[in-house]
Design a protein around this ligand. Structure first.
Ligand SMILES: [Zn+2]
Length: 236
């Protein structure tokens, strides 16, 4: 049950991120560095931790990696919700409840990834949990900001954050049920979703204006995961 507890802990990050714009003066806060750092963490988790764990990288596993990538692409482009503060995005289309389904899908996949990671190794599970935790803070934040801009009440924002965060532990429960013979595809799938979120969602949002410090934050994020895993290996 450890992965479910970790997923529940991560869900609190979504809620914490979502409450910041409601209860603090952080609405205008510059999240670019955190978003850039999260992009680096997501990408290096996929490249250095998840993909090597796929094992035999055959055509089936490659298909599931691509499936993870394009599934999130379709979900995101059909709902138009981005991880960015209001000062960063030029266009925000008002969002509907279908968007909650979209962000819920991403949270569900995050939970599955955490469970699958821990089924492989503690190091992989920890790396995936950290990657999810870090990107969920700005994601919860932007969900609230965009919903408020679209005229949703506080109650509806709470409901959306609640649905969103409860889906991560549910995803972890689902992840625990996957039989071992499907581990190749099941590990490859979140690699695709992580690459999509990192490269296509977070990176462009972090770089809306050129800033060399954002590049530094991205590279720092990318270096953090291999360093952390090496540290975990050393203390074991
Ligand atoms: Zn997520």
């Amino acid at each position: 049950m450890t992965p479910v507890l970790f997923a529940a802990g991560v869900a609190l990050a979504t809620i914490a991120g979502g409450l910041l714009p409601l209860y603090t003066k952080l609405r205008e806060m510059d999240f670019r560095y955190l978003v850039g750092f999260a992009a680096g963490v997501m990408l290096s988790t996929a490249f250095f931790e998840i993909i090597p764990d796929v094992g035999d990288f055959n055509k089936t596993n490659a298909f599931f990696l691509a499936f993870g990538f394009f599934l999130l692409y379709l979900v995101e482009k059909s709902i138009l919700i981005h991880t960015c503060g209001e000062s960063e995005c030029e266009v925000h289309t008002p969002i509907g409840w279908v968007s909650v389904v979209g962000i819920g899908t991403e949270s569900l996949v995050d939970g599955i990834a955490i469970a699958v990671g821990f089924s492989q190794s503690v190091a992989l599970g920890t790396a995936i949990t950290l990657a999810v935790l870090i990107h969920e803070i700005p994601r919860g934040f932007s969900t609230t900001v965009i919903m408020q801009q679209s005229g949703y009440s506080r109650g509806k924002v709470f409901a959306a954050l609640g649905i969103d965060s409860v889906l991560t532990p549910i995803g972890a429960l689902i992840g625990l049920t996957f039989p071992a013979e499907f581990f190749g595809p099941v590990v490859a799938f979140p690699a695709g979703t992580f690459i999509y979120v990192g490269a296509a969602d977070l990176l462009p949002d972090a770089h809306r204006r050129f800033n060399v410090k954002v590049i530094a934050a991205v590279l720092l994020g990318a270096a953090t995961i291999p360093l952390l895993v090496a540290l975990l290996d050393a203390v074991r």
